[in-house]
Write a protein that binds this ligand. Sequence first.
Ligand code: ACO
Length: 383
Amino acid sequence: MTLAAAPAPTFDKGLANTIAAETQMSFIDGGKGVLEYVGIDIDSLARNSTFEETVYLLWNRRLPNRTELAAFTQSLRDEYELPEGILDLVRTMPREATPMHALRTLVSALSLYDAEADAEGEEANERKAIRMLAKTPALIAAFDRHRKGKPFVAPDAKLSMAANFLWMLNGAKPTDAVAKALDVCLILHADHGLNASTFAARVTIATLSDLYSAMVTAIGTLKGPLHGGANEEVMIMLREIGAIDRVESYVMDRLARKDRIMGFGHRVYKAIDPRATYLKTFSKQVATDTGNLGLYEMSRRIEEIMAREVAAKGIYPNVDFYSATTYHSIGIDLDLFTCMFAMSRIAGWAGHCIEQLDGNRLIRPAAAYVGPHGQPYVAIEDR
Ligand code: ACO
């Protein structure tokens, strides 16, 4: 019997035209600017849902009833606390370390305190996903307080994930409006198809490694300025511009130099990113309430100029553009912005890993070799 010849692989730089996985979590229509989680429009979720309920939806492919939501929320709250060994590790970390390096290290370290770290099977993975999702806010808050020389704040299991994070970060209970603003950002960032960090997580879990390793891979991938690091770059840009009358010359100079305007453009969306549509209205409200309207107005001006100059190329604001103003307005430090993204996206990463393991196949694309052939081996003394 002869094996049928496999079709020759084709080269697809950046994998833009490759479908590499199936998912039941999020649907994206980049041309129309649509994003749905399990068939529900993102705008509707941002207006009506909570982060906890959205995670339940993503992981169970349906909305919970009241009893299910209460039980799921409690299972997260039961896991808010960090092991003492993790707090000891935070205390030894250099204060000047980048928060994303600290977060990646600390999520990795959490595995050392989880007896199920290498346990296989969907139920064990779901328990680990809950632990990682519930503890990540505490990791970020603990590192931030450590670097500022402040004592740790113990989690409050009566609070939502968003409110509890702000409590542990600031040592003060947030207002409902501020907690809601963070909750909305968490909903909007929870999942997004096969983005770079999700793909990285799926590659790792597909080797039958473990969920902690997959989350660490994903955090490292998210950190890059072309992916989750862009929200930080947006804020840096807004600071550099400084005043609304400097926006036009700043944007035009950058475009003339062929530099990118951070928070614009997307591999998938060639219309406005639907997460940005919602955040645009929402961040105006948050910025007004917190005395940051100037920042919002600068952002709007950048958007107008970009629409005039590059919308024809399909470049519009992405989720990072208005989330930067939102995070700043609710008092989150600039270098924690990407950690906020990770705090939410753990939901998507973990959900994708569990999907990947159902009917798993190793993810192993090919590389086109473009080097020389037939070279002699030259002894070291003759080189
Ligand atoms: N500002 C100015 N021009 C841009 C921008 C931008 N932000 N993004 C793309 N372009 C231009 C490119 O210069 C290129 O123009 P050309 O055809 O004249 O050379 C064209 O649009 C296509 O750009 P590519 O880099 O090929 O698009 P790709 O799909 O590979 O990149 C990406 C998408 C990486 C997001 C890109 O738009 C970018 O660098 N944006 C800024 C960083 C950013 O905001 N990242 C966050 C993405 S959202 C997220 O990860 C949550």
